[in-house]
Design a protein around this ligand. Structure first.
Ligand code: HEM
Length: 414
């Protein structure tokens, strides 16, 4: 693959929508390879876009305030994952201000409290399911929902945790679906938004007592960059923006067990060594598929690869292809956590949660929480609290978002 073509080639097909649906996570990788370029032009979902990948592409995409997320996602995806007025839809000073609220809620001390809540809930659920076979994905959704609620300071009597776990998981599971499946998930999302709005109203009116350090208090007291309180519906959207992705970490719990089951030598390494567990968590995030791409709309003109990018142009950064780019990663198709020993931490190479700087750009503010939850779970799993019965462990890269065929069933030990 050439690094610096002078012209960005065009995809051979007049419209790539079907190719994307057919190839899933591998759509970009296959095109980059075929065209011998790290970027190409294509028509996707009726719109022209430049699809790019790699370290340089990620730094162009994430650094220098060149892009907004306006029209970045098809509306069916947007309505499940984000919504009007959420942090991801903001730019400039309003974005930085709102983002700082997320960074505060997810700082080191707060992540440590989340891990403690997660361990408590995991221990409880493990005892409840002793001797039974359960899909780890569904169990993870429930454990993480309960942990997120207690960490965020949301009283247990304010919510049906199983129902909320289902609603939050469906927002991610159904994001790439279209038609009725997506509409049903959108209706379920509405229900969750109404619940969150009522909760915010009750915290504001002191009908619910929330700890001053809690996330729910922080959002309820949140203001915009001019000091005006966040409208109730915007605060509600941000409550979901905090709870939904914590529950989404369940996919990484599944992938961690998948990885350790297929590479059993990691059990012993991880059990007592927190650094080894962190390396496993990072390799899980690099190796396994989650968000395939992220798209943005040019807001500030720039030149790249001999092309003028003008305001309004659409660019798609291929996260999966960057995480598997052989210019960055040796043997990218192998699961090798040891590659993170002495890793330089370049912000634009390991990009499952975006690139650049989280405080100033759109990079995910929940990355430290995700790594900590995944690494801690790798250690809990290393003590083999369950076995993995025979099942179909294949993961189709055509299905977005991906999961093992049987949602990874585990047999809990007595
Ligand atoms: C399951 C693991 C996770 C993955 C794969 C993930 C992935 C991502 C990605 C790809 C973005 C988009 C970056 C962009 O627009 O360029 C993002 C943004 C975001 N994530 Fe995560 N995330 C995860 C976990 C979390 C957690 C645990 C939280 C919070 C508790 C969180 C909160 C957010 C928020 C609020 C944004 C919007 C940031 C902004 O626009 O400035 N995520 N995430």
């Amino acid at each position: 693959m050439s690094d610096t073509p002078t012209v960005i080639p065009r995809s051979p097909a007049p419209d790539d929508t079907l190719a994307f649906l057919k190839n899933g996570y591998l759509y970009g990788t296959r095109r980059f390879r075929k065209l011998g370029s790290d970027a190409f032009e294509a028509r996707l979902a009726g719109m022209r876009a430049t699809v790019m990948h790699g370290r340089e592409a990620a730094s162009v995409f994430y650094e220098g305030d060149r892009f907004s997320r306006e029209r970045a996602m098809p509306s069916s995806v947007q309505h499940l994952l984000q919504d009007e007025g959420s942090v991801q839809t903001l730019e400039g000073p309003p974005h930085r201000h709102r983002k700082s609220m997320f960074m505060r809620m997810l700082d080191d001390a707060s992540v440590a409290r989340l891990i403690a809540a997660f361990e408590r809930e995991w221990t409880r659920v493990r005892a409840e399911h002793a001797g039974h076979e359960v899909p780890l994905y569904d169990l993870g959704n429930l454990v993480l929902t309960r942990a997120a609620l207690s960490w965020a300071g949301i009283p247990a009597d304010r919510v049906d945790d199983r129902d909320l776990a289902g609603r939050l998981a469906a927002m991610v599971d159904r994001a790439s679906s279209i038609g009725p499946v997506n509409w049903v998930a959108r209706v379920r999302r509405r229900g969750a938004e109404e619940w969150a709005a009522e909760l915010v109203a009750d915290v504001r009116a002191a009908r619910v007592q929330a700890d001053p350090d809690s996330a729910i208090r922080t959002i309820a007291d949140g203001s915009d960059d001019h000091g005006a309180p966040l409208p109730e519906e915007v605060a509600a959207v941000e409550v979901l923006n905090l709870l939904r992705p914590i529950v989404a970490v369940s996919r990484y719990l599944v992938f961690t067990v998948h990885a350790m089951h297929t590479h059993p030598q990691w059990h012993a390494k991880v059990e007592r060594d927190a650094d080894a567990a962190t390396r496993v968590a990072n390799e899980v995030r690099r190796f396994y598929p989650f968000f395939p791409v992220i798209s943005g709309t040019v807001q500030r003109p720039f030149d790249w690869r001999g092309r003028d990018f003008e305001p309004g142009d659409r660019v798609i950064l291929d996260l999966y292809a960057t995480n598997h780019d052989e210019r960055i990663w040796e043997e990218p198709g192998r699961f090798l956590p040891e590659r993170f020993e002495g890793w330089d931490g370049d912000p634009n190479t390991l990009v499952p949660q975006g690139g650049g700087d989280a405080a100033t750009g759109h990079r995910c503010p929940g990355e430290a929480a995700t790594i900590a939850l995944t690494a801690r779970f790798a250690q809990l799993a290393a003590t083999r609290p369950f076995s993995v019965p025979d099942q179909d462990l294949r993961i189709s890269l055509r299905h977005i978002p991906a999961l093992p065929m049987d949602r990874l069933r585990v047999q809990m030990r007595d």
